[in-house]
Design a protein around this ligand. Sequence first.
Ligand code: PMT
Length: 403
Amino acid sequence: MKRILLAVSGGIAAYKAIDLTSKLTQAGYEVRVMLTENAQEFVTPLAFQAISRNPVYTNTFKEENPAEIQHVALGDWADAIVVAPATANLIAKLSNGIADDMITSTLLATETPTFIAPAMNVHMYENNRTQHNMAVLKSDGYQFLEPGEGYLACGYVAKGRMEEPLQILTRLETFFNEEPVTNHTHSSFAGKRALVTAGPTIEELDPVRYLSNHSSGKIGYALSEALADRGAKVTLVSGPTHLAQPEHANIEVIQVQSAEEMFEAVKSKYKQIDIVFKAAAVSDYTPAEALTHKLKKQDGELAVTFKRTPDILKYLGEHKTHQYLVGFAAETQHITEYAQQKLQKKNANVIIANNVGDKSIGFSSDDNDYTMHFANQEVIALGKDTKISLAAKILDALETRWQ
Ligand code: PMT
């Protein structure tokens, strides 16, 4: 039985922590709860004690077992720690190494993987100080369960709602089901050749106008860096993006513009490649005729004829010899159904689906929420996270599955 230490700080979302305790307990986890003094203004220790059937910890100095120091023993006891809700104040303390109560002392004294679910007013969340504190914690290895958008207790409808208990549970399940690859010298990607496509394509109508999409290239670049860190030799075929060129010695970048150019670049490398990640948002259509002179405006409507671009992933699926193919599916509805269809149609080994209808994730955003659909019907929900963390999670999931 896995052990979760839940740290609840003082925000109105503390009521959701009761539901989270219930969901974790029902899912078979052993849960122990710590509350800050402020959290007890919203919820009582008794509620958590009744649901977790374990003692609740509120005071660093209430040492009941002389054989141990509680704020050290609790962190050691847990397989994972979840701070939910994490207020701006708690995040600030943790980021600055302050340990002035049960929760902050425990967090400072532990090396146990820790998940943080912020919840606060949108202005507090967006405040530079809070953003800085979160960035520090992220770079220190804390994992964030990003807050969602919606109705906040302060009356705003904005970002700041604590992640839903079910999503937190899913994230923990993913965490426990996957053996993290900590030693990358033993990665199954080490020494392999990977090809990643990223960003949008641009399909020119004339020298000034074009058809494109909102892809920023962030997930493709994050995957390239993560693969290179694990020792893979990466070819990154990138459409036009505003991202800095990766400087990793293991990454070769080929810049392209149109779907046709991306197709040619991918084809030229494909034979030597072991694994392909088709993260690019390739335009499905291109103007039937690309004009060499600027199209002059006229009165009335303009009709443009588009023709299909090559379906690169489909081509790769049809010409597969030994390559492992990871495709993506950007959908706005029937996500699972369409992802399954793409698996078959494109002869891919995995399709990673995302809902691009949700503006808080997907295109351009730093975050996404991916689900991996494997050809053997296995499905892994990675949950909502930063694209950098998701790139690592995708590779963690593939480490033992792709060869
Ligand atoms: O770049 P970001 O801002 O980080 O955004 C990430 C993303 C939303 C672009 C990414 O998560 C994503 O979903 N990428 C795939 C977008 C897409 O084109 O999906 P699709 O469902 O239209 O295509 C399915 C698959 O076929 C994709 O792997 C795509 O690369 C590939 N394809 C599509 C059309 C085409 N002509 N050739 C292709 O190879």
